[in-house]
Design a protein around this ligand. Structure first.
Ligand code: NAP
Length: 448
C-alpha cells in the first residue's frame, strides 16, 4: 500500500482510540494525508480512558500511536466533536474519505426493575471515573458497604473488581484519578461478587486477568455456583485454560482473607432491590445451560436468591451509538459495512465513508484486534480513492468554520503540552501521571 496513486488524497478519521490510530498508520503509509478528529482534547480513547490504571504495560501501546503522529502528513484535531461542532456532511465535503472510528460510547442495560436506583451504575461510567474521563468528573460512588456486586464476567468486570478490591496504596502511584483514589481509600468494600449468567466454559474474561486478582495480597478468590469445569472436546485453548484454572480455585471463601472476590456462575439478575431510592440488594435467579445449534445459553430455573449489596455495577458490555448522517444497525449497535465500506439502508455503498473498530464490529476484542480491522478498511479506502470525487472544500475551511463557532481546536503540539503538564503534576504527587479531570483544565494546559 504505497506509491503515487493516492498522493494528494486526504482522509479524516473520527475518533483517536486504537481503531483510529491504526487506521491513520495504514493510510499514512499509503501516502494519504490524515486528520484525526477527537471530541476530547486528549488522544488515545480507551487506551487513556479505558485501560485500568494498574495496567500500565497495556497503555504502552500509546508509544506506537505517538510514532504515527510524528508523520508530517498527520494532524490531530482534538476538542472537535463531529455531530456537534462539525456535521459529518461538512467533514465529508473536505476529505476524499472519512473513516468512522468512534467506538462504543455507552453501556448496555440489564432491563431489570431497580436498575435506575442510586448505587446501581454502569461499568463504563465507573471505568471512566477512575480514569479521569471528563464525562465522569462529577460522578460519585458510595463505597460505604461491605459488599459490591458486579454483573458480568468479562475483562471489564475483572478490571472493576480488581480496582475495588486491591490495596489503594498499590493504585496510588498510577495515573488513577485523585477522586477515585480518595474514595477507594475510604472504601468499606471488602467483598466483590461477580455474577455470570453462564458457566466456567463460557466466561468472557482472560485467565491471566483473573490470575492477577488471585495474586493480590490479602485477597481470596472463590468460584461458586453449581458448576462443572468440563469443556467441550474441541473448545478453544483460551476456554480450556480458563476452565482448568477456575477448577483450581476454592469453592467458597475460607474466611481467612481480609478481602474476597467471589465468582458466582449460573446466576442471572432479576431485580435490584432498593430502600429510599438506594440499592440494598440484588435478586438473582439460578440458571441452567441449554445448547441449541452449538450455542450455549442460560435458562432460568425459578430458584431466586437475594443478596444484600450497597453497590451494583453492571459490566455487560459497551454499546455503540449512531452518528447523524450514518446508517445504523440498532440491533447490533454497529454501522453496517462491507469490508469497512459503509452501507446505506438499501445496501448500497456510501462513497467515501468507512468504518473501523468497535463501531464496525461491535465492542469486543483486545487493542491489537483493531489493527487487522483497520488494515481491512484502509485497504478499501486506497482501492477506492482514485474513483472518489474531489472534495469541494479543503480542511482549512473547516478550521475557519470551527473558529467561527468558537471551537478551540487542539493540535498535536497542544496535546504534548498537556501531556508534559500531566507528567509534571504526576512527578509532584508521586504518580506516574496526574490527568486533568475536566475539558477546561485540559484546554488550560495547552498554550493558546
Ligand atoms: P464482554 O467481554 O463482552 O463481557 C460481557 C459480559 O457480560 C459477559 O460475561 C456476558 O455474559 C455478560 N452479559 C451480557 N449481557 C448480560 C445480561 N443481560 N445479563 C448478565 N450478564 C450479561 O465485554 P467487556 O467485559 O465489556 O469487554 C469488552 C472487550 O474489551 C472485550 O473484548 C474484552 O476482552 C476487552 N477488554 C480487555 C481487557 C484486557 O485485556 N485487560 C480489559 C478490558 C476489556 P454472556 O457471555 O453470557 O453474554
Amino acid at each position: 500500500m504505497s506509491g503515487s496513486p493516492v498522493a494528494g488524497g486526504r482522509a479524516a478519521i473520527v475518533g483517536s482510540g486504537p481503531a483510529g490510530f491504526y487506521a491513520a498508520e495504514f493510510l499514512l503509509k499509503a501516502g494519504l494525508a490524515v486528520d484525526v478528529y477527537e471530541r476530547l482534547p486528549a488522544p488515545f480513547g480507551l487506551v487513556r480512558y479505558g485501560v485500568a490504571p494498574d495496567h500500565q504495560s497495556i497503555k504502552r501501546v500509546a508509544a506506537a500511536f505517538e510514532r504515527t503522529a510524528k508523520h508530517p502528513a498527520f494532524r490531530f484535531r482534538g476538542n472537535v466533536e463531529i455531530g456537534r461542532d462539525l456535521a459529518l456532511e461538512e467533514l465529508r465535503r473536505a476529505y476524499h474519505a472519512v473513516v468512522l472510528a468512534y467506538g462504543a460510547a455507552t453501556d448496555r442495560h440489564l432491563g431489570v426493575p431497580g436498575e435506575e436506583l442510586a448505587g446501581s451504575h454502569a461499568a463504563t461510567a465507573f471505568v471512566g471515573w477512575y480514569n479521569s474521563h471528563p464525562d465522569h468528573e462529577h460522578d460519585r460512588y458510595d463505597l460505604g458497604h461491605e459488599r459490591a456486586v458486579v454483573v458480568g464476567l468479562g475483562n471489564v468486570a475483572l478490571d472493576v473488581a480488581r480496582v475495588l478490591i486491591r490495596s489503594p496504596d498499590e493504585l496510588a502511584p498510577t495515573d488513577i484519578s485523585d477522586a477515585a483514589l480518595a474514595a477507594l481509600r475510604a472504601s468499606r468494600v471488602r467483598e466483590v461478587v461477580l455474577l455470570g449468567r453462564r458457566g466456567p466454559a463460557e466466561a468472557a474474561f482472560d485467565q491471566g486477568e483473573l490470575a492477577d486478582i488471585v495474586a493480590l495480597a490479602g485477597v481470596e478468590v472463590s468460584v461458586e455456583g453449581d458448576v462443572t469445569f468440563a469443556v467441550p472436546e474441541h473448545a478453544e485453548a483460551a476456554v480450556r485454560k480458563n476452565a482448568e484454572y477456575l477448577a483450581t480455585l476454592p469453592r467458597e471463601p475460607s474466611g481467612k482473607s481480609e478481602r474476597r472476590v467471589r465468582l458466582r456462575f449460573l446466576a442471572s439478575p432479576v431485580e435490584l432491590v432498593g430502600d429510599a431510592g438506594r440499592v440494598t440488594a440484588i435478586r438473582f435467579e439460578d440458571t441452567e445451560l441449554v445448547e441449541n445449534a452449538g450455542k450455549v445459553s442460560a435458562r432460568g430455573t425459578g430458584r431466586i436468591h437475594e443478596m444484600p449489596a450497597g453497590l451494583v455495577i453492571r459490566s455487560i458490555g459497551y454499546q455503540g451509538l449512531p452518528l447523524p448522517g450514518t446508517p445504523f444497525d440498532a440491533k447490533r449497535a454497529v454501522i453496517p459495512h462491507r469490508l469497512g465500506r459503509v452501507l446505506a439502508a438499501d445496501g448500497a455503498v456510501m462513497p467515501g465513508l468507512y468504518v473501523t473498530g468497535w463501531i464496525k464490529r461491535g465492542p469486543s476484542g483486545l487493542i491489537g484486534t483493531n489493527k487487522p480491522c483497520a488494515k481491512e478498511t484502509a485497504d478499501e479506502v486506497v482501492t477506492d480513492l482514485e474513483g472518489l470525487p474531489v472534495p469541494p472544500l479543503v480542511p482549512d475551511e473547516l478550521d475557519r468554520l470551527l473558529a467561527e463557532r468558537g471551537v478551540r481546536v487542539v493540535g498535536y503540539d497542544d496535546w504534548h503540552a498537556i501531556d508534559a503538564a500531566e507528567m509534571a503534576r504526576g512527578t509532584h504527587k508521586g504518580k506516574i501521571r496526574d490527568k486533568f479531570p475536566s475539558v477546561a483544565e485540559l484546554l488550560a494546559a495547552a498554550p493558546d
